[in-house]
Design a protein around this ligand. Structure first.
Ligand code: SD4
Length: 334
């Protein structure tokens, strides 16, 4: 059965064509632009990989290289974000990320394929690649989510190296500075997020996604954000599309952001419309302090149409294919 939105669009196109012919004002250039409505330039180009923020560029490149090697979209979204987990300059992903208020870095990550299989880990210490541990949860356990010491134990039993627990030089410097005031304000810096969420579509139309973060800087010990919560930071369904989120996790969890976007696409919204609706919903639930909140969503449907929208300006994402990889600025509500 054709997608309701697409069949609606093609009916509309037929109607426009008909009425133009009926009025006999057919100017070739105009009829051409009507026959081909404006769509993102990459629609139809598969595989397609999208990821949040500037580090998305090298992450996309790593994902595409992996896809060339194995042809497996789950391998691609895992390997892609591992590149960011390895990036020592990133203070919001991986063990080099900023610590919680006790000075301990804890990580959250998730992974999901288009058949609804998923895994996640949260509040995990000393594991360099939490996304790979999330994949272990998905593929080797009967569970979806394992947290804290249990996740670290799983890593040990699966042969993951356990890293020494010490802050990276940049994180240590920032933490020492923060400690002077020790102000506990879980307000996310509006322009400088670094969590990576990645969603991808392979040449056969299979979708997958991953998300990994060290979460909010100076969070309460034990705090978990949206990134490892399936449906909040990430959701994928081969029948419809995929979505991922970045920003203040609490605001994203409250509206089940990524799940909402996939469900809106199922009802016929484009990825762009769905992301905008999710942001509107998030704003309406956080009216009191919305000026201090940044959250951004990134979505793709199974046809390769892309959408992105954020609460505040400054959100961008990387869009990559076999032929190119580029940064795109998202639109925002404010
Ligand atoms: C969190 N969503 O833990 C993450 C933080 C984030 O860019 O996206 N930072 O709430």
């Amino acid at each position: 059965m054709p997608h309701p939105k697409l069949s609606h669009m093609s009916e509309r196109r037929k109607f426009i064509k008909k009425s133009l012919l009926g009025s006999a004002i057919v100017i070739p250039a105009i009829s051409k632009s009507i026959a081909q409505p404006q769509r993102p330039s990459l629609v139809g180009e598969k595989p397609l990989i999208l990821s949040t923020w500037n580090h998305g560029l090298p992450a996309n490149a790593a994902a595409i290289a992996k896809l060339k090697e194995t042809g497996n979209i789950i391998d691609a979204v895992e390997t892609g974000v591992m590149d960011t987990e390895n990036d020592l300059s990133n203070l919001s992903v991986g063990l080099q990320g900023l610590p919680d208020r006790e000075g301990i870095t804890t990580l959250d990550a998730s992974i999901m394929n288009g058949n609804g299989e998923c895994g996640s880990v949260a509040f995990v210490r000393q594991v360099k690649h939490p996304v790979s541990l999330a994949r272990v949860v998905m593929e080797k356990t009967p569970h979806v989510m394992i947290v804290g010491e249990g996740a670290r134990q799983l890593a040990i039993s699966e042969g993951f190296p356990i890293e020494k627990e010490e802050l990276s030089p940049n994180a240590k410097k920032a933490y020492e500075k923060w400690k002077v005031q020790s102000q506990y304000k879980p307000i996310i810096n509006i322009e400088n997020h670094d969590t990576i969420g990645m969603i991808g579509l392979d040449k056969d139309g299979n979708l997958a996604g991953s998300c990994t973060t060290s979460g909010l800087a100076y969070k309460m010990h034990g705090r978990v954000g949206d990134s490892p919560i399936i449906g909040a930071g990430l959701f994928v369904d081969n029948e419809v599309g995929a979505a991922t989120a970045t920003g203040l996790g609490e605001s994203i969890i409250k509206v089940c952001g990524s799940f909402m976007i996939v469900e809106l696409m199922r009802q016929g919204r484009t990825p762009q419309e769905a992301c905008e609706e999710a942001v509107r919903r998030l704003i309406s639930k956080n009216k009191g302090n919305i000026k201090d909140i940044q959250a951004g969503f990134l979505a793709i449907n199974k046809d390769g149409e892309v959408g992105a929208f954020a609460v505040q300006p400054g959100f961008n994402y990387a869009q990559g294919t076999m032929s190119y990889n580029k940064m795109i600025d998202s639109k925002s509500h404010f």
